[in-house]
Design a protein around this ligand. Structure first.
Ligand code: ZN
Length: 137
């Protein structure tokens, strides 16, 4: 990477089996309000809880073929991904690609909260599924 300036941890994603149970557990740790949304394209329902300067994203599967469902079946509940906010997602993807990273998403696509997102394969990011996200104003 040429520089880490401008990048920050946007949120940490946690895969859960039951979103209501997970919210009951995590809500006391975080401030309100909670943003809850179905992301149909990913087959998930998510809930974001603000936690200081960052957020927790709880992800529950809403489809048998979703990647979160496969994650839960293989590994159970737990840490799912680390999301970095970036200023220019297309440029960021080019930079990750130039460093040999395997991109799950070759181009930005719509994600939760109206943001553009793209995922980097954990096999090329030291075992961490990395989500790159960009706010769209
Ligand atoms: Zn996320």
């Amino acid at each position: 990477m040429s520089s880490w300036s401008g990048r920050r941890v946007d949120h940490v994603g946690i895969a859960v089996r039951d979103l209501d149970v997970a919210l009951a557990f995590y809500r006391p740790l975080a401030g309100l309000p909670v943003h809850r949304e179905v992301v149909a394209g990913d087959g998930v329902e998510v809930a974001f809880l603000k936690l200081g300067e960052t957020e927790l994203e709880l992800l529950a599967s809403r489809g048998p073929d979703s990647s979160v469902q496969r994650f839960l079946e293989r590994r159970g509940e737990g840490l799912h991904h680390l999301a970095l906010e970036v200023g220019d997602l297309a440029a960021e993807l080019a930079e990750w690609r130039s460093r040999g990273a395997v991109l799950i998403d070759e181009a930005p696509r719509p994600g939760a909260r109206g943001r553009q997102v793209a995922f980097v394969h954990p096999g090329s990011a030291l075992g961490v599924l990395v989500e790159l996200c960009q706010r769209v104003s």
